[in-house]
Write a protein that binds this ligand. Structure first.
Ligand code: ATP
Length: 354
């Protein structure tokens, strides 16, 4: 092991202290949620200018995608909805995965925290999911070796396993967390998951004050449903990460609440934690805007605009918890715009020295 985690580059502000950020609304509910983000940022005077790029999933070429990647490379930061992968054709690559791979966003972080008052199976969940974001089962290397026999490659490298494990332990150290649990299936996938686990154990040696244990993915799902409070920080490969994040988001209140962040050494993308498109609820004014607005405050924090982020986060919390203004997915009857208007109302009363 060699790599030391030095953190993500933070882009410097431009004229007037403003940041340029790439906005990829994606499909389904993405565009309406981005509209709310823009509205709130305008209202609080957040010093951010969005460069919006629509990626049309029905187009054949990759011009939109290339343009989006160039824009993120220029700006360093993006906020993103989910981009649909329309065709099932073999040569059709998920643009979401392509963006993460091209920008080497090796880690996905989802902080799963319960909101008091939202109907859920367990209260007071507070778990941080750290997921390998670029290889593992998402290597997209599949082929039909002979007719009727398909092979799919799961790629685990020491380099990426180390980067994600180091991120997990460093996160635990810096955020006063006590334990990291590495999730795997090394009893069956002895080489690939075995390597992921061995690397995590080796990285742990540099973090003796933090407890490290490991758990098999199937048992993890059962333990999450029965006793999620035993988990603190979780470190896992790509596919297990998407399963576990959906389980925990379901335990807390569904797809509309939690945000997720994707980091590499140079770039960062912020998005809803479970990356849903929400095609069926688009345009109905019922999508929960909280996950995307939380993604936007994660982004403000990343850029150093902490006062704006704190004020918006407090307004979200007051709206959902104190005022009980919630969309139907979390047991309420409010519309998306009711939630956003209440957030704006609370923000208008705050006296913040931006
Ligand atoms: P698809 O590509 O078909 O849209 P998906 O994997 O992106 O599928 P969705 O079906 O979009 O997943 O989302 C899963 C579930 O979560 C759906 O019931 C959807 O309505 C719900 N959901 C996703 N985002 C939100 C949100 N912001 N507010 C409320 N419900 C949401």
């Amino acid at each position: 092991l060699q790599k030391k985690w030095t953190g993500v580059d933070i882009p410097s502000a431009q004229y007037g202290g403003r940041h340029a950020v790439t906005m990829l609304p994606g499909g389904g509910i993405g565009p309406e949620l981005m509209h709310y983000v823009r509205e709130i940022f305008r209202f609080v005077g957040a010093p951010v200018d969005f460069e919006t790029i629509e990626i049309d999933p029905s187009t054949e070429g990759n011009d939109d995608l290339d343009y989006a990647i160039t824009s993120i490379k220029r700006n360093g930061v993006a906020i993103k909805g989910n981009i649909e992968t329309k065709s099932q054709g073999l040569d059709e690559v998920s643009r979401n995965v392509a963006i993460r791979n091209e920008l080497d966003l090796f880690v996905n972080v989802v902080h799963c925290r319960s909101y008091p008052g939202i109907p859920s199976r367990h209260k007071n969940i507070d778990v941080v999911l750290i997921r390998q974001n670029t290889d593992g089962e998402y290597a997209m290397l599949e082929h039909e070796s002979v007719r009727g026999v398909v092979e799919s490659m799961k790629v685990v490298t020491v380099e990426n396993a180390e980067r994600v494990a180091r991120y997990a332990f460093e996160y635990a150290r810096q955020n006063n967390r006590k334990k990291v649990t590495t999730i795997h299936k090394a009893n069956i996938m002895k080489l690939s998951d075995g390597l992921f686990l061995d690397v995590a154990k080796a990285v742990h040696k540099e973090y003796p004050e933090i407890e490290h244990n490991n758990m098999i993915i199937d048992n993890t799902c059962m333990q999450l449903v029965s006793n999620p409070h035993q988990f603190d920080v979780m470190n896992m490969t790509n596919l297990y990460g998407t399963i576990v994040s959906n389980v925990i988001c379901g335990l807390i209140g569904g797809a509309g609440l939690l945000s997720g962040a994707n980091y590499g050494d140079h770039f960062a993308i912020f998005e809803p934690g479970t990356r849903n498109t929400g095609t069926a609820i688009a345009g109905k004014n019922i999508a929960n805007p909280v996950a995307m607005i939380s993604a936007s405050t994660d982004m403000l924090n990343h850029l150093g605009h902490k006062d704006h982020a704190r004020a918006i986060n407090e307004a979200i919390y007051e709206t959902v918890v104190n005022d009980g203004i919630r969309t139907p997915d979390v047991g309420g009857s409010a519309s998306s715009t009711d939630v956003v208007e209440n957030i704006l109302k609370i923000l208008s009363k705050k006296r913040v020295n931006w």
